[in-house]
Design a protein around this ligand. Structure first.
Ligand code: UD1
Length: 359
């Protein structure tokens, strides 16, 4: 009988991680794919699956949005049924979303070993929902695949040493492949109405930034003050908030702001690589800005990737308008970018470790 892994995804960043690892898993094991349906908008889900050529899920749970308790508990009920039927040898979880947490709680209660891909990053603020998901998932995992040495240190501080492997980051693996493909394709950001090196790329989706009108206003004004062209692919959460607060109407009048729908991963890499600067509250985009060698202004309390800050390529401003505006003007890193996130071989390394541990 082949070794059976059950991979659980549900949100856009998890589709990217699954796209990186799945081909490697499928060379060695039988993979069953579950999509919880946490992200369901066509731009966040279907377009990502198509662009990344992810295999069709074996189970589509269609859970959708809800409060944390509703969303997580509905996922748990449906995942329990899936795991009961499939009886996997191992459950693979990615990152730090509610889909990750639901998978961790169900698998551990049913005594299925968990492999956590992207174990160990911390922002050291328990009011961030992802931080809760990270801490609990890591505590319940058998194999913990850490993307950088800082993550290993965080786990050690929490007393977790067994099963921890510094593999590098699967997102760096897929980034390198995508960058090569983009170079060959000759695609240009002009398709999005912007010029190479001639725009700021903005993404926002964290609840503490996008759910509150004043905070959102402060960030938007800080970014727009520069007068530079700002390209803004809008996450549905933020889109809903901009509509609800009436801000969307006002923003449509801003000459230097281009608002577009969320783009799929390949286009996102294209837009990141060609931007002059990135302003974001996404941990994933913060890290990808570093891969691209583009300066990053992190509009969050603290970066989940402190190495990018230490190396001088990321600065954290929070939502403060003045700090954002002055960083856009003055932040101009030029230093080295050490390979904190591995050498692009995290995926084969992860498969090798699973195989050596269990097969
Ligand atoms: C989720 C993850 C976050 C991850 C992010 C990537 C949690 C707690 N958060 O945040 O870690 O970085 O995904 O994008 O798991 N919505 C839609 N359409 C969709 C999905 C969401 O309109 O397809 C709207 C709904 O109003 C929903 C809100 O966005 O209530 C929030 O969605 P949710 O999945 O709970 O969190 P994200 O902000 O997307």
């Amino acid at each position: 009988m082949p070794f059976k892994v059950l991979s659980i995804v549900g949100t856009r960043p998890q589709f990217v991680k699954e796209a990186a690892l799945s081909p490697h898993l499928r060379k060695m094991f039988k993979e069953t794919l579950v999509n919880t349906g946490q992200h369901y908008d066509v731009e966040l889900c279907r377009e990502q699956f198509d662009a990344l050529e992810i295999p069709e899920p074996d189970f589509d749970l269609e859970v959708g949005s809800g409060s944390h308790a509703i969303q997580t508990s509905e996922m748990m009920i449906k995942l329990e049924d899936v795991m009961d039927r499939e009886k996997p040898d191992m459950v693979i979880l990615y990152g730090d979303t509610n889909s990750t947490l639901a998978g961790a709680l169900v698998a551990s209660k049913m005594h299925f070993p968990i492999a956590h891909v992207e174990a160990g990053p911390r922002q050291h603020r328990m009011e961030i929902p992802e931080e809760i998901n990270r801490v609990i998932t890591d505590r319940l995992s058998t194999l913990l695949f850490a993307p950088d040495s800082e993550s290993v240190n965080n786990l050690r501080r929490e007393g977790i040493e067994t099963g921890v492997h510094l593999t590098g980051d699967v997102m760096f693996d897929i980034f390198l492949d995508t960058e090569r493909a983009l170079n060959e394709s000759g695609k240009s950001p002009e398709e999005f109405g912007v010029e190479r090196n001639g725009y700021i790329l903005l993404t926002l989706h964290r609840p503490h930034n996008s759910d509150d009108r004043e905070t959102l206003n402060s960030i938007m004004n800080g970014v727009l003050e520069s007068g530079e062209t700002v390209l803004f692919p809008i996450h549905p959460r933020t889109q809903n908030n901009l509509e609800r607060t009436g801000m969307l109407k006002e923003l449509k009048n801003r000459q230097n702001l281009k608002m577009i729908k969320p783009v799929h991963y390949m286009d996102m890499v294209l837009l990141m690589k060609n931007s002059r600067l990135i302003v974001t509250d996404s941990g994933g985009v913060n890290k990808e800005a570093y891969f691209c060698g583009v300066p990053c202004i992190c509009v969050d309390f603290v970066s989940a990737w402190p190495k990018t800050v230490e190396a001088g390529w990321c600065v954290c401003t929070g939502s403060n308008k003045g700090k954002i505006a002055s960083s856009i003007k003055n932040f101009n890193p030029e230093g080295e970018r050490p390979l904190f996130f591995g050498d692009g071989n995290a995926c084969p390394e992860i498969v090798k470790i699973i195989s050596e541990t269990f097969c």
